[in-house]
Design a protein around this ligand. Structure first.
Ligand SMILES: [Zn+2]
Length: 251
């Protein structure tokens, strides 16, 4: 990727050293600058894409200020008196921080560092990790998605081994974005596949979507279950059955 420099030196063509606003990036919202870099690299920036490589040091804090200002506008359009209502006077800042640094952090920071080890013990037995608690929000309503996840791995001698807790960290990174559950399981499978190269990989996610409980059909009990099966889990029905039977009864 070619890096473009956005911090040009001021022009000294005028004796008074007054900068022409057109010559600088002053005043351009940081979100626009980041967006331009992504577009120049012809990359996608959907809600569940990670854009960390396009954010320069210090820009996340500028984004925070920008989102806060926009959130203030949303509260104002909701006709909430943030000047006099002490409950909401700092809500815009809190929401901006929650989105950028907490619940959607998986869009703005790079993947957690993970050390892969060669499979020295030649492990070749089915291994199941879970339940891992997953927290996200749906791309459609920005309502929470809370659930559980199980990962089945069938290693071979060429598979890289990663620590058990690392699966949870990878899941947290993928889920820390506005998500669509069926896309989230595929993103997570691709990531684990790429990091560990197992013989077979299976993922099952079961989650409650608050946009169904809080609004819409207001169904408190419905859950969505998604699975991804790869490699030997696709070819071997017995292995698939074994994995599914070892996952605690859902519901
Ligand atoms: Zn939704």
């Amino acid at each position: 990727m070619t890096k473009r420099c956005y911090h040009q030196l001021p022009h000294f063509s005028t004796p008074t050293h007054i900068m022409n606003p057109a010559d600088t990036d002053e005043g351009t919202p940081v979100s626009i600058k980041i967006r331009e870099r992504i577009k120049a690299a012809r990359k996608r920036f959907n809600a569940n894409d990670n854009i960390a490589e396009f954010i320069q040091p210090g820009e996340l804090d500028l984004l925070l200020d920008e989102v806060e200002a926009k959130m203030k506008g949303v509260l104002s359009s909701l006709v909430i008196d943030t000047d006099n209502d002490h409950n909401t006077d700092n809500t815009a800042r809190r929401v901006a921080k929650m989105y950028l640094k907490e619940v959607f952090q998986g869009r703005y920071v790079s993947a957690p560092p993970i050390t892969e080890f060669p499979n020295a013990e030649h492990l070749n037995e089915l291994m199941i990790v879970g339940p891992i608690t997953v927290r996200s929000a749906c791309s459609h309503h920005f309502c929470p998605i809370i659930g559980k996840l199980w990962i089945g791995v069938l290693p071979n001698e060429h598979t890289n081994v990663i620590g058990l807790s690392k699966y949870a960290r990878l899941a947290e990174w993928i889920m820390g974005r506005p998500q669509i559950q069926e896309e989230a399981v595929v993103q997570l499978a691709d990531l684990i596949q790429q990091k560990t190269q197992p013989d077979g990989l299976a993922i099952v996610m079961e989650a409650s979507h608050f946009c169904m409980a809080w609004r819409g059909v207001k169904d408190m009990d419905s859950k969505m279950i998604n699975s991804v099966m790869r490699g030997s889990f696709l070819k071997d029905a017995n292995l698939r059955r074994e994995f599914l039977s070892l996952i605690p009864q859902k519901g």
